[in-house]
Design a protein around this ligand. Structure first.
Ligand code: F6P
Length: 314
């Protein structure tokens, strides 16, 4: 007998692996006899009471695909809309809610946990900027996408040398850029947390060009005046800059094996948390998936410190 109506909602930028998590959550809930509702288009859809019954076989068909079968939104007016969102959850008879999204969505989810319902947050963002968690859903896939682009650039560079720069997504953080640069073998990574003096950039570029005739810089979006920085470094080494942006292509594509596995790990912890009447918790990863109170990420836990090295061995 169903004693619980679980709603699933994806919010903010989509991330590969969201569909896998939705499918696992749906399946695991079904096994416990719970009803699962999908909320269309995040909190904006919830405001419209836009919900539908999710069936495990339907969600499973989408598990291996990127994006989110529920659609998403960024609701700038969340705080003002909170009473209406609360009322929508009541009206739809939702006793449990799992929110999948990044930092902002986790903060939003924290506001909805209370006596009347259980709320669990599941970090899903290519930015990997959830404090102190080793991984968020979608990060690994986005790193792999960036690495494939770097491989292509390296092929071109080996034939015809240039100074190349590739801008990747990552919001206002450099976690994604740094992982792409390291895994893809770039010569330098520029992250907004740690802007570098231009002479330092130039020295590294010159070193790479002396060693291989070409250089590759990975830059995070949000790096100050990045096109100007690249243009000046190119001019200094007598090259025309070859600057490209991955853009939103980095958010798409089938989830990697690692993200699919993470989707299962996170879902198992989320469902167990609901079954044991826990609420106001974030599924988070350190060595293994585990629960952390929502209050911690923004306050007590120190934000994931950016300790990455910007300079990669030449
Ligand atoms: O937070 C995920 C993310 O993809 C960031 O990496 C990027 O800065 C942002 O979303 C882009 O947002 P939008 O889809 O609103 O342009």
């Amino acid at each position: 007998m169903s004693h619980l109506t679980l709603a699933l909602l994806t919010s903010g930028g989509d991330a590969p692996g969201m569909n896998a998590a939705l499918a696992w959550l749906n399946r695991l809930a079904d096994q416990r006899g719970w009803r699962t509702l999908g909320i269309r288009e995040g909190f904006a859809g919830l405001l419209r009471h836009d919900a539908f019954e999710l069936h495990p076989n339907d969600s499973w068909r989408r598990a291996r695909h990127g994006s989110t079968l529920l659609g998403s939104s960024r609701l700038a007016t969340f705080t003002e809309d909170l009473p209406e969102i609360d009322a929508a959850l009541e009206a739809l008879g939702i006793t449990s809610l799992v929110v999948l999204g990044g930092n902002g969505s986790m903060d939003a989810a924290a506001h909805l946990a209370g006596d009347r319902r259980q709320v669990i947050g599941l970090p899903a963002t290519i930015d990997n900027d959830v404090p102190d968690s080793e991984a968020t859903l979608g990060f690994d896939t986005a790193v792999n996408t960036g690495v494939r682009m770097l491989d292509g650039i390296r092929d071109a560079g080996e034939a015809l040398p240039h100074l190349f720069a590739l801008e990747v997504l990552g919001g206002n953080t450099g976690f994604l850029a740094h992982a792409v640069a390291e895994a893809g073998g770039a010569d330098l990574v520029l992250v907004p947390e740690m802007p570098l003096a231009e002479e330092v950039i130039l020295k590294q570029v010159e070193g790479a060009m002396a060693a291989r005739r070409y250089a590759i810089i990975v830059t995070a979006e949000g790096y100050p005046d990045v096109e100007g920085v690249i243009a000046r470094a190119s001019a200094a080494v007598g090259k025309h800059p070859r600057f490209g942006r991955i853009g939103h292509a980095q958010r798409g594509g089938a989830p990697s094996g690692r993200d699919r596995k993470l989707a299962l790990e996170f879902s198992l912890v989320a469902i167990e948390a609901l079954a044991t009447r826990q609420s106001g918790r974030l599924v988070w990863r350190r060595e293994r998936a585990q629960l952390l109170p929502f209050a911690d990420p923004g306050s007590k836990v120190v934000r994931k410190a950016f300790t990455a090295t910007w300079k990669l061995p030449l």
